[in-house]
Write a protein that binds this ligand. Structure first.
Ligand code: GTP
Length: 368
């Protein structure tokens, strides 16, 4: 027996990533020019999952348009849509009809996690213990702002501890948003009701003495829920701190892109990735880690440092962009300066404008 089905939770509102996520669901946010969810799906496939259910609520259409029936990605994808968000556990209950015959265990994944948790090993761990639930754990440096999971010597969960004070800390292992569930567990989740794994289902199972286990993982783990973590993941991938994407060359250039010979590329802190159909004009300076999405144009003398541009971004002559994220179809006119900021899609920044560091500019706005 093994586990072949997974539910990925992709229905959250992603408020912490606003305004990048006004029109783009968190699962479609690009990581090195590829939608985030494509990594998760590829990863599950490597671990023998051949059916994925995407549990959706907020902004379902872009995900469905991109992934379709899954055949392009080598597995079957179905969609379970909630009319109103049902929370993490409620969303899985809503997907029940896609989860096969009774008795089959399934994997559940938060749709914003980038990790190298060994899913195959976790499945063996779960099945060999006949666990009702297995929760993957990952260590953090400062446990005070997380929900901690305490276990006994046999890896059975003994306590959930929400945001402990320093003197309460007994572990630095937190819930990694990756679970294996015995099918029977679904009956403990109320139907058509908002219900959470972390706050409701797991503590209640523990209270009833059910076999809840924890699978410790010490590999790479990040959730892309905040702008700092989103940029941090790019930095880790582009400077080789995560092996999940090993740059084949220091500069990767997509098809049909043209880079003027005078472009200066500084790779001391990380690689520079240029998507398909981009044009990088004379005297542009690129200081990695940088990712430039397909169809973007960078005009002469512009400076781009430690930033991520999504698709079809137009950067005018001598514009300066540092430590920022710019979403699809935005135009940054000549000589503007943007630092530590998040720009949504279809934003225009006026010529010569100096955007206040820390700005968040919303879809369709003209700034400066
Ligand atoms: P924030 O608003 O920034 O907290 O982001 P979020 O809405 O994504 O919430 P959170 O990061 O806590 O969610 C963890 C994962 O669960 C993400 O992959 C969400 O898409 C998903 N999720 C959260 N709530 C729901 C829900 O009600 N329904 C579904 N289907 N997924 C959800």
């Amino acid at each position: 027996m093994t586990v072949r089905r997974a539910v990925i939770l992709v229905g959250g509102k992603a408020t912490r990533l606003l305004p990048l996520t006004c029109n783009t669901p968190k699962a479609m946010v690009p990581i090195l020019n590829t939608p985030f969810l494509e990594y998760a799906i590829g990863y599950l496939r490597q671990h023998g999952i051949d059916e994925v259910v995407l549990a959706q609520s907020h902004l379902p259409v872009p995900i469905r348009d991109y992934f379709g029936d899954g055949s392009r990605f080598g597995l079957r994808i179905s969609y379970a849509i909630e009319e109103t968000p049902l929370g993490t556990a409620g969303a899985v209950r809503n997907a029940e009809r896609y989860l096969g015959s009774a008795g089959e265990d399934c994997l559940v994944l938060n749709g914003d996690i980038f990790s190298d948790i060994n899913i195959t090993d976790m499945i063996d761990f779960h099945l060999s213990r006949r666990a009702k639930v297995t929760i993957a754990l990952t260590p953090v440096d400062d446990p005070t702002s997380y929900g901690l999971v305490e276990t006994d010597a046999g890896s059975r969960v003994t306590r959930f501890l929400e945001k402990p004070s320093r003197d309460q800390i007994t572990t630095n292992m937190i819930n990694a948003g990756t679970y294996l569930l015995n099918a029977e567990i679904l009956t403990h989740i109320p139907q058509d009701t908002s219900y959470s794994f972390e706050r409701e289902l797991f503590p209640s199972l523990l209270g009833r003495g059910e076999a809840v286990y924890a699978y410790p993982s010490r590999g790479y783990f990040v959730d892309i829920g905040t702008p700092a973590k989103y940029l941090g993941l790019h930095h880790d991938l582009l400077n080789g701190e995560s092996s999940l994407w090993a740059p084949t060359a220091k500069t990767d250039v997509g098809q049909h892109s043209c880079i003027h010979p005078s472009v200066r590329i500084n790779r001391t802190k990380g690689a520079v990735l240029i998507g398909d159909n981009c044009s990088i004009a004379a005297d542009v300076q690129l200081t990695g880690p940088v990712a430039i999405g397909a169809g973007s144009t960078i005009a002469e003398g512009a400076v781009l440092e430690e930033s991520v541009l999504w698709q079809n971004v137009r950067v005018g002559p001598r514009a300066i962009i540092r430590k920022s994220v710019v979403a699809n179809d935005s135009t940054l006119n000549a000589g503007c300066i943007i630092e530590d900021s998040l720009l949504s899609d279809h934003v225009t920044v006026r010529q010569g404008a100096r955007i206040e560091p820390g700005s968040r500019i919303w879809s369709g706005e003209t700034a400066g």
